[in-house]
Each structure stands twice: as C-alpha cells, then as structure tokens.
Design a protein around this ligand. Sequence first.
Ligand code: PGA
Length: 251
Amino acid sequence: MTQRRPLIAGNWKMNCLRADGLELVSALVAKTAEKGSLGCDVLVCPPATLLSDVVNAAQNSAVGVGGQDCHAETSGAHTGDVAAAMLADIGAGYVLVGHSERRADHDESSTVIRRKAIAAHDAGLIAVVCVGETEQERDLGATLSVVNGQVAVSVPDGATAKNTVIAYEPVWAIGTGRTASVAEVAEVHAAIRAELVERFEDGDEFRILYGGSVKPSNAAELLAVADVDGALVGGASLKVDDFWKIIETCA
Ligand code: PGA
C-alpha cells in the first residue's frame, strides 16, 4: 500500500493582524521544535499581508507556508492580485487554489482554478486544489458528480503527487461546526482517489485532505478514514492549542 505522509494545513483566511499572526506562527514553530520529529507535514496559509513575516518566522522550522490564492497570469494589469511567482519569491512553498469561498465570492470557475494551479506549478509551488459540493447539491444526490467534475476540470494534466494536493471540503461543513460523517467522507475520498488513479500514473500517491469544521474532537476519526491524508483547517488553526492537537493526531 502507498504510504502518504499526512499534511495538516491551517487556512487563516482573512484573519490576524501582524502581531496575532506572528504570535501564532512563533508558538507553532516552538512546539514543532520541541517535539522534534512529527508524524505529518505542517502548513499555514496566512493572508497575503503576513506572508513575508510568517515565512521569516518559520524559517528553518518544520512549518511550511502557503498563500491562499494566486492569479492565473504571471504578471501584469491585475490590480489587487498576487502572482504565484511572487509567492515563491518571498519563500512560500504552497498555494491554495479554488477554495469554495473564492469560488463563491469571486465567481471562480474550475477552468480558472486549473489555470491558477498551472501558474502555481510553473512557479514551483505545490497547489492545494480545493473542491466540494454545496448543501443543495448534496441534497440532490449530486455530490460525487459535482466533486468528480471539479477535480476533472480544476486539476491540470501536469499535476503530480509532488506538485498537487487535493482538499475535499463540503461547503456546508465549512465554518458551520457541522462535519461530514465518516461514511460521507470515505465515499467522496474514495471517488476522488479512483479518479486520480485512473488519470495519473502516480494517482495513488496524491494527498487528499478533508476540510470543514475539523477540530481536536473529530480529527482522529476523520484522519483515520481511508484516503484521508490530512486536513485543511480553518477556525481551529487560529488557536495554536487546537491546531497542535490536530497535528498530534498524526503522531
Ligand atoms: P473551517 O474551515 O475549519 O473553519 O470549517 C475550513 C476551510 O475553509 O478551509
């Protein structure tokens, strides 16, 4: 069986001023240093304004840093946007693309997200491609077709297990305190795995994260599900003790 090293990623979203962000990452760096060897990779994705500071604070530590979004183009007239190469240039190693909040707030289609993932790869970043169904789509019984369709279009042909991570985040579970059941998570992760295996030579090696109200009390059961190779954590990643408990689940 393929051994996939879990990834626990914190998505800070539009939270944290400079002092809060530095306190959070410094505490995390201290905990990882104290622990020594970890059972997973650890990633934080702060808002763009804090990336540089957080990269500096996490230097020479086990804490990786990623952006929350990038533009599909390499440079140019795109006011307010950040290019993947800019993220790489300041020392980020990852970038989230296609988070459901981006899909909803900024009308991002899976086609745009694929272009962003390609831009991330071209800049040498690992793209964390996010997918997930809405509550209405689940109620209609369309979960697997929606998620498989998002993966088909959002994940570029050049993806490999090394440059791409998939994050399954049911929209109705994000920030709501509601988590998908173990059976629901298992079904969707198995469907994504089957799709990756069919399409990519190393499809069995891609990490597939679960996200949506992951917290210390449910992390162990979610991370024990087959084909769940880590978590994308929003709210609980802003509290270092909670995030650390989730990381320790992988020990
Ligand atoms: P949540 O967010 O853990 O607060 O539900 C997860 C995410 O949106 O990545």
